[in-house]
Each structure stands twice: as structure tokens, then as C-alpha cells.
Design a protein around this ligand. Structure first.
Ligand SMILES: [Mg+2]
Length: 385
């Protein structure tokens, strides 16, 4: 069916951190981070069907929205939604010169997710079933991804203990210092995995030294499951492979822009865990491909989804379509462990370790209450013929 209209909706929901509040990331923005944004892409077809997608994200939203409004969305108007694969290949070939990583790919990702939502709705199935998942409902296990508390070990310990008490099987920090790492490790029982996301700060040499030190702390409740993006720049796959040789699990991939780049990372032996970000890397089409590549290479995939909109829900569906990573082991869905002014929709609950995807909800099953979300609207645009 012909794509008639594309609507862009940028929302920001206020949240509490559960500790001190900092800017988005050291060096990026020192203004305290107070609202969690979502840039939604809504595709409407000639017969009135709608598909929902999400494009990344946070501080880049004005750029991504401009890219969508002025360049990417108009290209899709008047084309047939059913030609998903051809459309995405055509759009990628048309626009690759404007960035194989960044707002151009984020924009394409949001469109791709919305097209998959539409395709699954047309098939009358939830997306996870369309992608080969089980017939019944699917239970997804969330993991708690903590805000950055800037080395406040009390806040780290308190929030880690809270997440563990709530039943989360894994807690991820966004700290960069050993006292914070150990505060989290001590605060959670041994069966709860602790992972460390440091967001690309260190030279290979410094990261090697830290990975070695983490390995030496394994006697403390089993230590740490992974160290995420330890090296600057993030695409130094050979450097990451050297860090990985120290024996602490290394994860990364949220800053990788394509399936091809993932294959280079796998060939270099950079990662124990691959983390494609569905709203950045090319949507459902590329994300599911990375799962296949990971399976073929024996590397686990745990998607990046530090967001709350259709991209977050799509991440859960792609997970729900995969075979278990190992017998009895669940897939993990990254979920920001923050207290929203109110949960933006019924598939987000940051304090519930279980998310249910229902077999009777076609597509993403993402049915936002627009009257409810209206008060969080920051910007809106509509593209049509
Ligand atoms: Mg990360």
C-alpha cells in the first residue's frame, strides 16, 4: 500500500535519576539531563494503517529530525510499503554519502522499524512471530541500565541493590572508576551480573591495565560480566581485541553503523558481546542480521536500547524471535533504570524485570495514548505529497 504521510514526533519525559544528576555525557553537555527524549516516526498508508518507528536519539534529535524531515521521509512518500527490502536498499544507496553512521542512519533506522511494524500488522502477527519467534506470548528479561552517578559510590551501591532486590538478573553501570565498580559488585548478590559501560574513554594501554585489574577482582562474587566500549576510538577493533585478551568480557557495537562494520569487528575478535542499536544501525533489518552473524560466529548479541519508544519495543521483538543464547538462559533487554514522571506507555516499566510480548498484539504492539503523551511533545512535523 502506498505511503501517504510520515509524521515525526519528538517527546521528552521528565525523570528522576535515583541519585545525583549529571549532563548527558562528560564533555558533551554539562546541563543536567532532565528529560528522556524519544523521536518517533509514524508512517501512514493510503488505507489508514500506521507503522511506528524510532530514530536515535538524545542530543542528536534536532539533527536527526531535520534529516528525516528534509531528506529521508520525502523520499518514501508515494512508495509502496510492501517493498521493504527494496525500499531500504534504495534509500541506503541514495543517501549513503550523508553518513553511514549518525543522523542519516538514525533516520533510516526509524523508517525501517516503522515499515516492519506495518508488515507484521498486515500479516496479523506480532513482529517476533514474523521474524521466526514462538507461537505464544514471549517473556523478555529486562536488565537495569543505571544512570551515570559521576563516581558517587553511595548512589551506585543503593541503586544496584535496589535493582537486584527487584529481581533484575543484571545491572549495568555508567561509571569509570574502580571504587564505583566495586561498590556495585559488593552491593549485589553473586548471581546478579554486573557490567561496566564506560563509553569509550581510554587508550588501549590504559584499557588493558583496567581489564587486567578487573580480572584480578573475579574472586569478589565472580567479578564483572563485561566491560563495554573501553577504548577510544570505538572502531579500534584491533585495540579492543588486545584488551579482550586480558580475559574480561568486552562488549560494544552501539556506535557501529552497519552490518559490514560488525563483520569487521567479528573478524578482528574485538568483542565477546555485540550490541547493535536498532534505532541507529539500520532498524530491524540490520539488527536481526547482526543476531545471525553473532550466532554464526559464536558471539552473543545483547542489543543496545537505552531508549523507551518504538525502538525499545522493536529491540524486544527482535530478541523474542531468537533462540535462547544458551539452555535456560534468557535474552536481555537493556532498560534505563530511571523513574519517569509517568511511564510513557504500557510496554515500559523500568522497575519490572519482566516484559511480556503478547501474541494477540500485531506488529510492535505499540499503541501509544497520544492524548496522554501530548504534554511531553517538544516538536512535530508532517511530511506528505
Ligand atoms: Mg553503552
Amino acid at each position: 500500500m502506498t505511503i501517504k504521510k510520515i509524521e515525526l514526533l519528538r517527546f521528552g519525559v521528565p525523570f528522576e535519576t535515583g541519585g545525583p544528576r549529571f549532563g548527558f555525557r562528560p564533555g558533551a553537555n554539562d546541563n543536567p539531563w532532565t528529560v528522556k527524549e524519544c523521536l518517533m516516526v509514524r508512517i501512514e498508508t493510503e488505507d489508514g494503517m500506521e507503522g511506528w518507528g524510532e530514530s536515535f536519539g538524545h542530543l542528536s534529535n534536532p539533527s536527526t529530525m531535520a534529516m528525516l524531515e528534509n531528506l529521508i521521509a520525502p523520499w518514501f512518500i508515494g512508495r509502496d510499503e510492501a517493498d521493504l527490502e527494496d525500499l531500504m536498499e534504495g534509500a541506503n544507496k541514495a543517501f549513503f554519502g550523508f553518513g553511514r553512521q549518525g543522523p542519516c542512519m538514525y533516520a533510516l533506522s526509524g523508517i525501517d522499524i516503522a515499515l516492519w511494524d506495518l508488515r507484521a500488522k498486515r500479516a496479523g502477527k506480532p513482529l517476533y512471530q514474523l521474524l521466526g519467534g514462538p507461537e505464544g506470548d514471549v517473556e523478555i528479561t529486562r536488565y537495569a541500565s543505571l544512570m551515570r552517578y559521576g563516581g558517587d559510590t553511595e548512589a551506585v551501591a543503593r541503586n544496584t541493590a535496589r535493582a537486584a532486590d527487584l529481581g533484575f538478573p543484571m545491572v549495568k553501570l555508567h561509571e569509570r572508576d574502580m571504587p564505583s565498580f566495586m561498590a556495585a559488585r559488593e552491593a549485589a548478590p553473586e548471581g546478579v551480573a554486573i557490567t561496566l559501560d564506560v563509553n569509550c574513554p581510554w587508550s588501549v594501554e590504559d584499557a588493558v591495565a583496567i581489564a587486567r585489574e578487573l580480572k584480578q577482582r573475579e574472586h569478589v562474587k565472580g567479578g564483572f560480566l563485561w566491560l563495554e566500549e573501553p577504548v577510544w576510538p570505538p572502531e579500534d577493533f584491533d585495540g579492543l581485541a588486545k584488551v579482550r585478551a586480558e580475559g574480561t568480557g568486552i562488549s560494544g557495537g552501539e556506535n557501529i553503523g552497519s552490518a559490514m562494520e560488525f563483520s569487521h569487528a567479528i573478524q578482528a575478535g574485538a568483542f565477546d558481546i555485540l550490541q547493535p542499536s536498532i534505532a541507529k544501525v539500520g532498524g530491524v533489518s540490520v539488527s536481526k542480521q547482526v543476531f545471525e552473524m553473532g550466532r554464526a560466529a559464536g558471539v552473543r548479541v545483547v542489543g543496545h536500547s537505552f531508549y523507551w519508544g518504538p525502538g525499545y519495543v522493536a529491540t524486544a521483538h527482535v530478541l523474542g524471535a531468537q533462540p535462547a543464547p544458551a539452555a535456560g538462559q534468557p535474552h536481555w533487554l537493556e532498560t534505563a533504570f530511571i523513574d519517569y514522571a509517568e511511564n510513557p506507555h504500557d510496554l515500559v516499566d523500568p522497575f519490572d524485570p519482566v516484559m511480556m510480548l503478547r501474541a494477540d498484539r500485531p506488529g510492535l504492539g505499540f499503541n501509544p495514548d497520544m492524548a496522554h503523551l501530548q504534554k511531553y511533545l517538544i516538536a512535530r512535523a508532517e511530511i506528505s505529497a
